[in-house]
Ligand binder design. Structure first.
Ligand code: 3H9
Length: 681
C-alpha cells in the first residue's frame, strides 16, 4: 500500500504532505510517513527547513480513533513528534481546516505554526473522555501559559486562527489561498535562526505564580464538568506542566491518558462519537440522493416552540416567514425571539449586527398565503390531531408543490397527519426539543410515505442549523418520549409506594441527569394541560394544582423555591402524596435508592429494545443519540443502550423481573444474542 505521506522539494525546503482522507487522521501509516519525512529532511544537507501540510479538507484532525483499544503499531505519535521537535532545521506547520487533538499536537511539536484565517485549532480529546496523549498538555502551557491552555485542554472547544494567534499558539496568519507558498516563505525566513521548541517554553510559570487559576477555572466550569473524569485529569496535567520538568510532565500526562483510555467513560464517549455520525446515515436512503433546496422556511405558531424553531433557521441565515392567528400573539412571539437573541448577545455570543441580521430575515404574517413560496413549512401548533389535520389541509392548498410539510408533533401519528394532504410523500415529523433554539436534538420522524429526498434533505438541514438528528419511525412518542413515558410511569408509581419524590429526583441527578422528573415538572409548569377545576382531582399533579402549586413559575410546585430558585422538599406536598396514595389504596414501604434507579432506568432500556426490534430506530446507537441530546442522559455513560450493554442485558432482564415488571421478548432476545443490541441492527 502506498504511503499517505509524500514529500516535495521547493529549493531548500522539504514539504511533507499528508493525504489521508477524510480528515487526515494520524493512523499508523501517517505517523510512520511523518517520521520518515523528518528523517529525510535531516539526512539531506541541501534541505534547510521543513513545512508540514495536509491535502484535502483539513490539517490532521487527530489520532485515528478507530485504532483506540487495538494493539498499537509503531511509531507512536509522541515518538514521531519528538523526532520532529528535535530537528535543528526549522519545521513549520501549515494549517488549514481543523488542527485537532493529535493534529494540534503535531503543530505544537513543530517550531512554528502558520494558519489560514478560516483554520481552527483545538484539543477536543476531553470530548472523547481523554486528555491529549502526545505531550499536548505539556507543550501547550509552555507555549501559551496555563491560563490560556486550561479551556483548550479541559473544555475542548477549538478556537479560530485569529484567537490562536492572539494567545501565541499561531505565529502568523497567511493567505487563505496561498498557504503552501506562504508557509515555505515563512520557513525560509527562519533558516539559520535557533529553533524555538514548545517543550522548552516558560509561559507555564503563570500557573505556578498564581495557582488560584486552577480552582477558579474549576469553579467557573463546575457545571459543565460535573460527572466527567477527563476535565479534572486535564487540569491536573496542565498544572503538572508548571510544576514538573518537561520529561516528568510528559510521564504524568501518559499516566493520566492511559487511565482514561482504559476507563468506562472514554469507551462510552468514543461510542457516542461514532453513534452521532452513524445517526446521520439512513440505511435505505442512498447517500447521493438529490436534495431539495431549502431557501425559505415557514413556521406556523409563534409561541415558545415556533419561535425557538424559527431562531435556528434565522441564525443559519435562512429566511423565515412565521404565521400566527392574531396580531398580538405574533408581536409577542417576535419580541420574545429578539429578547432571546439579546440575552445571547449579553453573554458575548452574538453581536448586535448579527441580531439585526437574523431578525432582518424574519417575516411575521397572519396570512397563510404568505407561506406559498416556502420550501419547508414546520407546524408548531397545539397537540391535537384535528387541529393538525386542519393546518396540513390548509398548507396543502396554499404551499407550492415540491415543498416539504413538517409537523413538530411530539407524539401524534404522522401518517394520519399526512392523510390530510394530497402529498403524503412530502410530509414528515421534525420534532424539536424545548427550548428549540438551544436543545441539540432533532428527531426526524419518517412517515410510511415520506420520500427519500425529503428525509435526506431534512437530515442535511439539521446539520446546517447545528442540530444532531436521529430518525424515528412513527409510534406514539417516537423514540424519546416513548421511553420517557416508561420512566415517568415508574416515577409516579414509586412515590405512591413510599419513595420520597426528592429521592427519585436525586437518584437521577446522581446518575448524571441535569434534573429529575419532578424538578422537570416544576420547571415546565405543573398546570400545563390542567382542566382548572380544583374540585376534580384524579392525579397527584391535579392535587398540586388544586393546592395552588403550579411549579417554579409561582415559587411552589413539588418543591418550594427561594428567590435563587433553590428547591426544598415540601411537607405539604409530601402530605398530598401520602393522602393520595391512601385514597388509592397503595401500601407504603421503604424503597432503596438502588431500587429507584433500577425501576426508573431498566424499563427505559426495555422500551428501547422494543423500539429497536420494531424497526422504529435504525440502530441502538440512534437511541443513545436521542437520549443524550434531547433528555440529558449523561454522555459519559454512552446513552441508555450502551449503558445497558455495559450493565449486562441479562442483568436488566433479571432486574425488571425482580421488581415485578415485565421484560419484553425483544429485550430477552437481545440478551440471549452475542453482541446484544448490535447483533441485529
Ligand atoms: C487524539 O488525537 C488523541 C491524541 O491526543 C493522543 C495520541 C496518542 N479518527 O465528523 P465528520 C471520521 S483523539 C477516525 O462527519 P465533519 C468520522 O467518523 C482525537 N475517524 O466530518 C467520519 O467517518 P464516516 C482528537 C475520524 O466535516 C468522517 O471522518 N480529535 C476522526 O463534520 C468525517 O467526519 C478529534 O476528536 C478521527 N480522529 O467534521 C476530532 N475524525 O464518514 C474528531 C473524523 O465514516 N473529528 N473521523 O462517518 C471531528 O471533530 C470532526 O470529524 C471534524 C470534521 C471537525 C474533523
Amino acid at each position: 500500500m502506498s504511503s499517505p505521506i509524500r514529500t516535495e522539494r521547493h529549493d531548500n525546503v522539504l514539504v511533507i504532505i499528508s493525504d489521508n482522507p477524510p480528515v487526515n487522521a494520524l493512523g499508523q501509516a501517517v505517523r510512520q510517513g511523518l517520521k520518515k519525512g523528518i528523517e529525510e529532511a535531516l539526512g539531506d544537507d541541501e534541505i534547510q527547513a521543513v513545512v508540514i501540510r495536509c491535502d484535502g479538507r483539513t490539517f490532521f484532525a487527530g489520532a485515528d480513533i478507530t485504532e483506540f483499544g487495538k494493539p498499537s503499531q509503531g511509531p507512536n505519535l509522541p515518538q514521531a513528534l519528538d523526532a520532529m521537535e528535535a530537528s535543528d532545521k526549522p519545521v513549520v506547520a501549515a494549517i488549514h481546516g481543523t488542527a485537532l487533538g493529535g493534529g494540534c499536537e503535531v503543530a505544537l511539536a513543530c517550531h512554528y505554526r502558520v494558519a489560514v484565517p478560516s483554520a481552527k485549532l483545538g484539543l477536543p480529546e476531553v470530548k472523547l473522555g481523554l486528555i491529549p496523549g502526545a505531550a499536548g498538555t505539556q507543550r501547550l502551557p509552555r507555549l501559551v501559559g496555563a491560563e490560556a491552555a486550561l479551556p483548550l485542554v479541559a473544555i475542548g472547544n477549538p478556537i479560530p486562527a485569529k484567537k490562536a494567534e492572539a494567545i501565541g499558539l499561531v505565529d502568523a496568519i497567511v493567505g487563505e489561498d496561498s498557504l503552501e507558498a506562504d508557509a515555505i516563505a515563512f520557513a525560509k525566513s527562519k533558516i539559520g535562526q535557533p529553533v524555538p521548541r514548545a517543550s522548552e517554553g516558560t509561559a507555564n510559570q503563570d500557573g505556578v505564580k498564581n495557582p488560584d487559576i486552577f480552582d477558579q477555572f474549576r469553579a467557573k466550569n463546575g457545571r459543565k464538568m460535573r460527572g466527567f473524569d477527563a476535565p479534572n485529569a486535564a487540569i491536573e496535567a496542565v498544572k503538572a506542566a508548571g510544576e514538573l520538568p518537561y520529561a516528568e510532565g510528559v510521564k504524568k500526562e501518559r499516566e493520566l491518558f492511559m487511565n482514561l483510555m482504559t476507563g468506562s467513560q472514554s469507551k462510552a464517549m468514543r461510542h457516542y462519537f461514532f453513534a452521532e455520525r452513524a445517526a446521520n446515515k439512513i440505511e435505505d436512503v442512498a447517500p447521493d440522493t438529490p436534495l431539495i433546496s431549502i431557501n425559505k422556511v415557514g413556521i406556523i405558531g409563534a409561541g415558545t416552540m415556533g419561535g425557538g424553531i424559527a431562531m435556528n433557521f434565522l441564525s443559519a441565515g435562512i429566511p423565515v416567514t412565521i404565521l400566527e392567528m392574531a396580531q398580538d400573539a405574533l408581536d409577542r412571539g417576535t419580541s420574545v425571539m429578539r429578547k432571546n437573541y439579546e440575552n445571547t448577545a449579553k453573554r458575548g455570543r452574538m453581536t448586535m449586527e448579527q441580531i439585526e441580521g437574523a431578525m432582518g430575515i424574519l417575516s411575521p404574517t397572519l396570512e397563510y398565503g404568505d407561506l406559498a413560496d416556502c420550501d419547508l413549512v414546520i407546524e408548531a401548533v397545539y397537540e391535537n390531531m384535528d387541529v393538525k389535520k386542519e393546518v396540513f389541509a390548509k398548507l396543502d392548498e396554499v404551499v407550492k408543490q415540491g415543498a416539504i410539510l413538517a409537523s413538530n408533533t411530539s407524539y401524534l401519528d404522522v401518517n394520519e397527519i399526512a392523510t390530510a394532504t394530497q402529498r403524503p410523500g412530502y410530509v414528515l415529523g421534525l420534532h424539536f426539543f424545548s427550548p428549540a433554539n438551544v436543545m441539540k436534538l432533532l428527531e426526524i420522524v419518517r412517515g410510511e410515505k415520506t420520500r427519500d429526498d425529503v428525509l435526506a434533505t431534512c437530515m442535511k438541514l439539521a446539520k446546517k442549523i447545528g442540530k444532531v438528528a436521529a430518525v424515528s419511525g412513527v409510534c406514539p412518542g417516537f423514540i424519546g418520549n416513548r421511553m420517557l413515558s416508561k420512566r415517568q410511569e415508574q416515577a409516579n408509581a414509586l412515590i405512591m409506594q413510599g419513595a420520597n419524590y426528592w429521592d427519585v429526583d436525586d437518584v437521577l441527578l446522581e446518575f448524571g441527569f441535569p434534573m429529575g422528573p419532578f424538578q422537570m415538572g416544576d420547571l415546565a409548569g405543573i398546570d400545563i394541560g390542567w382542566h382548572r377545576d380544583p374540585s376534580k382531582v384524579t392525579t397527584v399533579r391535579e392535587a398540586l394544582c388544586a393546592a395552588g402549586r403550579f411549579g417554579q413559575k409561582n415559587g411552589k410546585g413539588f418543591y418550594d423555591y427561594d428567590e435563587a430558585r433553590q428547591r426544598t422538599p415540601s411537607d405539604e406536598v409530601k402530605q398530598i402524596i401520602a393522602d393520595f396514595a391512601a385514597k388509592e389504596g397503595h401500601e407504603q414501604r421503604e424503597i432503596s435508592k438502588n431500587e429507584i434507579r433500577e425501576r426508573l432506568l431498566y424499563p427505559m432500556v426495555n422500551e428501547g429494545a422494543k423500539i429497536l426490534d420494531e424497526g422504529m430506530a435504525q440502530r441502538a446507537s440512534d437511541i443513545d443519540v436521542v437520549w443524550i441530546n434531547g433528555y440529558g442522559w449523561p454522555l459519559y455513560t454512552g446513552g441508555p443502550m450502551h449503558w445497558a450493554e455495559e450493565v449486562g442485558l441479562d442483568k436488566i432482564v433479571d432486574g425488571l423481573e425482580r421488581h415485578g415488571l415485565e421484560a419484553s421478548e425483544a429485550l430477552k432476545g437481545y440478551a440471549a444474542l452475542e453482541g446484544g443490541f448490535r447483533a441485529l441492527r
